[in-house]
Design a protein. Structure first.
Length: 251
């Protein structure tokens, strides 16, 4: 895009003004730190006389269809305007205390050295700054097993439960508990849905050895419906908070 713009004699500021973006945003997209939006490609293609060649790149800017590691997911997560997370057995990474994160990372296999654990703990906690974005909607559905059974000490688990209550008080965050028992689609594993600023949707599923980020309409349609089915079984935010407080009293 930068090459086409330069050849056409279009300044970054002119492109930003026409596309209704800031010049720094255009710079980020040209440098590959942010993915160019469809709107920007359309405007750039017309202004630079690319005859559809710039616009054609949009089809290649989504996630790969093959399995990907969590790196790509976190890039999209950082830019999402809505994040809906279902975790049946673990506290979501965005909500984990340092103690919970450390306990889980220390139990990883194959084992890693102390420095690697520390680096990963720091990275996970830094990622939680996303919760400070008041313009982003966060919905967390957590399986009862994750809040009932500690991964570390009882005191550490109590502090983890307190964090769930504290974060759940933010007006753009909901934390809900899925009671244990019965057969439902949530037993198939965790599921995260992201909505981008352009209102595209992506799904993310992670297993023992693979992580898959996808945007295909058919898969997204199934994922959204599965998430909706799970949502019918959860406690309300108020009921969930009461459940968490009761568990804290029992510890």
């Amino acid at each position: 895009m930068k090459l086409w713009r330069t050849l056409a004699g279009v300044s970054r500021e002119d492109l930003a003004r026409e596309a209704n973006y800031g010049a720094e945003t255009i710079k980020s997209m040209e440098q590959g730190r942010r993915r160019p939006t469809l709107r920007l490609l359309q405007v750039a293609d017309e202004m630079c006389g690319a005859n559809g060649l710039l616009l054609a790149s949009h089809a290649y800017l989504g996630p790969e269809k093959s399995d990907r590691l969590t790196h790509d997911f976190m890039l999209y997560e950082a830019e999402a305007i809505a994040i809906s997370s279902f975790q049946p057995q673990l506290i979501p990474g965005l909500l984990q205390t340092e103690e919970t994160a450390r306990a889980l990372l220390e139990s990883a296999w194959p084992p890693v050295d102390d420095k690697t654990v520390e680096d990963r703990v720091v990275a996970r906690l830094a990622r939680q700054k996303l919760l400070e974005k008041q313009g982003t909607s966060f919905e967390f559905v957590i399986g009862e097993v994750a809040v009932r059974y500690p991964v570390g000490s009882m005191d550490a688990h109590k502090r983890q439960l307190r964090r769930l209550l504290d974060v759940g008080e933010q007006r753009n965050v909901t934390v809900q508990i899925l009671p244990a028992g019965g057969a439902h689609v949530g037993l198939n594993g965790p599921l995260v849905l992201l909505e981008t600023a352009e209102h595209d949707r992506l799904g993310f599923e992670e297993g023992q050895t693979v992580a898959l980020l996808y945007a295909e309409a058919e898969k997204i349609n199934i994922a959204v419906k599965r998430h909706a089915f799970i949502g019918r079984l959860v406690l309300s935010p108020e009921e969930s908070a009461c459940c968490i407080r009761k568990l804290m009293e029992e510890l």
